[in-house]
Design a protein around this ligand. Structure first.
Ligand code: 4NP
Length: 167
């Protein structure tokens, strides 16, 4: 399914597109499949920085995800672009720095939702912390936050777009 064929589309954005947003991409895609939305809602991820273009996710990210049953090995890093605002209904930032960059890129009149991922979670954290320069525990934390917020985001989408998703 292409983005254009989907009823709704979600783009997850972080800095490098090798740790947090690929985790969100893989976890949300599997949640969509399991919930019967795999052919209705498209998902992708991108980064605001260009250091890792075309790279697979970080080994630590891939390892933690694999230990929970998610295969991220086929994902490749790409940059977020202004054209993404024409394609995606939801553009979801992992932290406030990502969000600021996206707000600067956002065209006037963007009718989709641009916001923080953890706004869809009950967690007391508001940002998914960048795990890149930290230890293994940071990657586990990212994974847990992403799982929780993915469920919240899907519930929000189901409530907000029930008509589009049932037609
Ligand atoms: P991400 O993590 O934004 O979650 O993919 C990072 C990956 C790479 C870098 C920073 C954060 N970096 O500086 O190369």
């Amino acid at each position: 399914m292409t983005i254009a064929e989907a009823k709704l589309s979600v783009l997850f954005v972080c800095l490098g597109n090798i740790c947090r947003s690929p985790t969100a991409h893989g976890v949300f895609a599997k949640l969509l499949e399991e919930s019967g939305y795999g052919r209705l809602i498209a998902v992708d991820s991108a980064g605001t920085g260009d250091w890792h273009l075309d790279h697979a996710p970080d080994k630590r990210t891939t390892y933690v995800a694999a230990s929970k049953g998610y295969d991220l090995s086929q994902l490749r890093a790409r940059l977020v672009t202004p054209a993404d605002f024409e394609q995606f209904d939801y553009i979801i930032a992992m932290d406030r720095a990502n969000l600021r960059e996206l707000q600067e890129m956002q065209p006037q009149g963007y009718s989709g939702h641009l916001g923080l991922f953890l706004d869809f979670s009950e967690n007391s954290l508001h940002e998914v912390p960048d795990p890149y320069y930290g230890g293994e525990g940071g990657f586990e934390l990212v994974f847990g936050l992403v799982e929780e917020a993915s469920i919240g985001l899907l519930q929000h989408i189901e409530l907000s777009h029930s008509e589009a998703l049932s037609s």
